[in-house]
Design a protein around this ligand. Structure first.
Ligand SMILES: CC(=O)N[C@H]1[C@@H](OP(=O)(O)OP(=O)(O)OC[C@H]2O[C@@H](n3ccc(=O)[nH]c3=O)[C@H](O)[C@@H]2O)O[C@H](CO)[C@@H](O)[C@@H]1O
Ligand SMILES: C=C(OP(=O)(O)O)C(=O)O
Length: 420
């Protein structure tokens, strides 16, 4: 298993280019199952999760051509040979469940291993299933699997109890080929939902309202192949914004959509960072003003993203004053706190809140990356810690950050990957 070794690094300087979005490309790849024709997906990030999705689609019957040098994937599914996402793949990547909607729509049948919980929460899929049921599917659970079956799907009204990203995507993909009109209310408004809807509409779907709290889908008989470039990864963008700020650096981040990172921009500015937009990209400067504390509450988009909570918390340990972070999206997304405290942070958990004392002098230590963003937070803390930070279980980080080490090194970070 690989480890990262991180040394205290000077202010990060220079420029980097953000890759395509992990959370946009995965549902888009799953949506390619909805046509027999070829789909060409561009600006694909080279990630472990993308590789798992390629394997999953191949096992379902897709012909998948990966051209990672050009960040391109072609998917063509002339016939579906297995309407199933097996446990071996679902346990590696929860987003495997996103094939359920397309399989159900295309074949009237979908069986997936129940994903279970992970390091950030229980993560049930009841809302996905509620949507499939409303569309007319029968749901059967047993032996760690869940199966949905329907002779035909019929448009319906669905109200989501919580604006779940995955449920919105799965139900949307199931409804595009249903008979009649589907209205999904209280849906997620994330940019990745809009990117998926744009992809589906290019395939011939009739989806309106993506990016608002209500999505209306007029079912069509057939979808066709298309070409699509994936949006830039807003969480990778946010991570490098925080990297610039935490090291009191000056970094130009290219290929960004500033609108998608508004809450991160707002919070970094509150802390004293300077952020300048230009045609070239977004420049983040932590070297101009003294940096101070702020409070954060994670919320569904357009609120502060839960996927940026741990990285921002690492930053808050280094600024003047105390901060409060409230995690409202996942019930257990604080596994990084114990690891940050091992590095000299002073963070206490009170229910769903974390109280962070700032101005800590961090020290390198052996720590564990418990999930993708927790791992990123430990790397950021390691850049400010005296001595060496040895981060294990970095396969989590490699699941979702493309070219992570090279990008950090390009900015002057002292980070190396070590194979044990
Ligand atoms: C591949 C991908 O895009 N992953 C993102 C997606 O995950 P994911 O789609 O799994 O996240 P959801 O928006 O579904 O989950 C949000 C909350 O809703 C709950 N819930 C969800 C579905 C359900 O049927 N029942 C239920 O109770 C979850 O347990 C969680 O507490 O959105 C999350 C929230 O922005 C991000 O952190 C993940 O990076
Ligand atoms: C939680 C995340 O991803 P996933 O839903 O794939 O676990 C993430 O990207 O931070």
């Amino acid at each position: 298993m690989a480890k990262f070794l991180v040394e205290k690094s000077g202010p990060l300087q220079g420029e980097i280019e953000i890759s395509g979005s992990k959370n946009a490309v995965l549902p888009i790849m799953a949506a390619a199952l909805l046509t027999e024709e070829k789909c060409e997906i561009m600006d694909v990030p080279v990630l472990r999760d993308v590789d798992v999705m390629c394997k999953l689609l191949s096992s379902i019957g897709s012909e998948v051509k990966e051209d990672y040098i050009n960040n391109l994937i072609e998917i063509q599914t002339k016939s579906i040979i297995a309407e199933e996402a097996p446990y071996e793949l679902v346990k590696k990547m929860r987003a495997s469940i996103l094939v359920m909607g397309p399989l159900l729509a295309k074949t009237g049948k979908a069986k997936i291993a129940l994903p279970g919980g992970c390091a950030i929460g229980a993560r049930p899929i009841d809302l996905h299933l509620k949507g499939f049921q409303a569309l007319g599917a029968e749901i059967v659970e047993g032996h760690g699997y869940v199966e949905a079956r329907a002779d035909k799907l019929v448009g319906c009204n669905v109200y989501l109890d919580f604006p779940s990203v995955g449920a919105t995507e799965n139900i949307m993909m199931a409804a595009v080929l249903a008979e009649g009109i589907t209205v999904i209310e209280n849906v997620a408004e994330e940019p990745e939902i809009v990117d998926l809807a744009n992809f589906l509409n290019k395939m011939g779907a009739k989806i309106k309202g993506a990016g608002t709290d209500t999505i209306k889908i007029e079912g069509v008989e057939k979808l066709h192949g298309t070409k699509h470039a994936v949006i830039p990864d807003r969480i990778e963008t946010g991570t490098f914004m925080v990297a610039a700020a935490i090291t009191r650096g000056n970094v130009l981040i290219k290929n960004v959509v500033p609108d998608h990172v508004k809450p991160v921009i707002a919070k970094l500015k509150e802390c004293g960072a300077v952020i300048e937009d230009s045609d070239e990209g977004m420049r983040v400067r932590g070297d101009i003003n003294p940096l101070i504390s702020t409070d954060i509450k994670t919320l569904p988009y357009p609120g502060f993203p839960t996927d940026m909570q741990s990285q921002f918390m690492a930053f808050l340990t280094t600024v003047a004053g105390a901060s409060v972070v409230i995690e409202t999206v996942f019930e257990n997304r604080y596994m990084h706190i114990g690891e940050l405290n091992r590095m000299g942070a002073n963070i206490k958990i009170e229910g769903r809140s974390a109280i962070i004392q700032g101005d800590r002098k961090l020290q390198g230590a052996q720590v564990i990356s418990t999930d993708l963003r927790a791992g990123a937070a430990l790397v950021l803390a390691g850049l400010m810690a005296e001595g060496t930070t040895e981060i294990s279980e970095v396969y989590h980080i490699e699941r979702g950050y493309a070219d992570f080490i090279r990008k950090f090194k390009a900015l002057g970070a002292k980070i190396t990957r070590m194979e044990e």
